[in-house]
Write a protein that binds this ligand. Structure first.
Ligand code: HEC
Length: 392
């Protein structure tokens, strides 16, 4: 289906009016009072305008759509700004990470705007798909039930356009349709036409376990998928070994996903995870680390931690994200976690540890790849050095 066909459909004109209303609403002084959810509805409406166009060069170029794309972009910009302001109203340590994620979102929306203004179709297409990484970074942090009822038709609208099923799953995660996103990944994991190595390289296994363990917490479902993975007779030995170990680990840690999270237990598991392998980046730690990270996330949600404990929790999350994560291009999540550790207890040992790690990671990622310097609105290293108490 093309973007033009869709314009004739009533659902799209509803979106369009939603977008117009959105612009008007956001232009008013109530911007700061917008709740996160309201901002998100606007973001979803804007994405529903932009995504089909990003897949269709002629519609991207056509004059008739330029205006509506421009207003959708404006909604996206205003919502990103509203998110930052909304969080900025209560800048507690707990929200330092969220604030950073919102700033990173705003920054990436600005890049998207540039590519639109310069009519760079390919870049626009790429950046828009990449923007879904921002959505996922925010949404995949906490347990969730089924997705919002209004976010139903976007994926179907562009279903034939995805480059890969991994992109499809990514968009489903972005709009919080977690159950379908996991089903999409499950079919990839079971598909014998897909080389096992691709499950690793495309982050399929990581995204599946991360969202299964943190967001949906359906252990039985994950166990079934791990068993199916292990059954594949084209699996190299090391992967089938991982599948078996992950399954054992999940069994052992199952209760920790549900029970009231506890800092000293999380700390213990964090250390045990380190002892699982002498290889620094071994994937054998995946389930342990993801369970610890889910526990720490839920602890943060309770907003009872302070000072050095809070700094330690963010530092552990930062370390876990370095040793397990499938890094999402364009979202400096690891850096933001380390920043949060510094802000939680300025001048403390954890602040210095986090600063040292941040500085090193920001220069050369531990995969040996030089990382791009982060824009100052997203991360101010100079200020963080002062807070950590290490500036000369
Ligand atoms: C800075 C963090 C952040 C970013 C970036 C972000 N979201 Fe959200 N989003 C949230 C939070 C927090 C919620 C509320 C979740 C909850 O209630 O558990 C949410 C909820 C939603 C919802 C459900 C709203 C409802 O009424 O239930 C949708 C849809 C959504 N986001 C879409 C998106 C899309 C699409 C993107 C990217 C283009 C995005 N979000 C980017 C933080 C973010």
């Amino acid at each position: 289906m093309t973007f033009m066909d869709m314009n004739k459909q009533p659902s799209c004109s509803t979106f369009f009016s939603a977008v117009i209303v959105a612009v008007t609403m956001l232009a008013s002084a109530t911007v700061a009072a917008e709740s996160t959810r309201e901002s998100m509805r606007l973001v979803y409406a804007a994405l529903s305008e932009l995504l089909p166009a990003a897949f269709n060069e002629s519609s991207f170029e056509s004059e008739s759509s330029t205006e509506r794309l421009a207003s959708a972009l404006e909604v996206l910009e205003n919502s990103a700004e509203a998110l930052v302001e909304h969080v900025g109203e209560s800048p507690t340590e707990v929200s330092a990470e969220f604030m950073g994620l919102a700033r990173s979102f705003e920054n990436n929306v600005a890049l998207l705007r540039q590519s639109f203004d310069y009519h760079r179709y390919n870049e626009f297409n790429y950046l828009l798909l990449d923007l879904t990484h921002n959505c996922v970074s925010c949404h995949s942090r906490l347990p969730a039930d089924s997705g919002p009822p209004f976010a139903t038709d976007l994926v179907e609208q562009v279903d034939d356009e995805f480059y890969t099923d991994v992109d499809r799953a990514q968009l489903l995660f972005a709009i919080r349709r977690f159950d379908e996103a996991l089903s999409t990944l499950e079919s990839i994991i079971r598909d014998l036409d897909i080389e096992p190595i691709e499950l690793e390289l495309d982050g399929v296994l990581f995204d599946y376990l991360a969202n299964g363990i943190t967001v949906t917490r359906d252990v039985e479902r994950i166990q079934k998928t791990l068993a199916d993975l292990k059954e594949r007779n084209d699996l190299p030995y090391y992967m089938s070994r991982y599948a078996g170990l992950w399954s054992e680990h999940l069994d052992a840690l199952q209760a920790d996903l549900i029970e009231v999270p506890n800092l000293s237990k999380a700390r213990d598991l964090f250390r045990q995870s380190l002892n699982l392998s002498p290889i620094p980046s071994s994937q054998v730690r995946m389930v342990y680390d993801l369970v610890v990270s889910a526990m720490l996330r839920r602890l943060l949600e309770q907003q009872t931690l302070q000072g050095v404990d809070l700094a330690e929790v963010y530092w552990m999350l930062g370390v876990i994200s370095i040793r397990t994560v499938n890094p999402r291009p364009g979202v400096p999540h690891t850096e933001l976690l380390l920043e949060s550790a510094i802000r939680a207890a300025p001048g403390s040992e954890y602040a210095r540890l986090a600063y040292a790690l941040l500085e090193e990671y920001n220069r050369v990622s531990f995969a040996g790849i030089p990382t791009a310097e982060l824009p100052e609105p997203v991360l101010n290293l100079h200020e963080l050095a002062k807070l950590a108490g290490v500036s000369k």
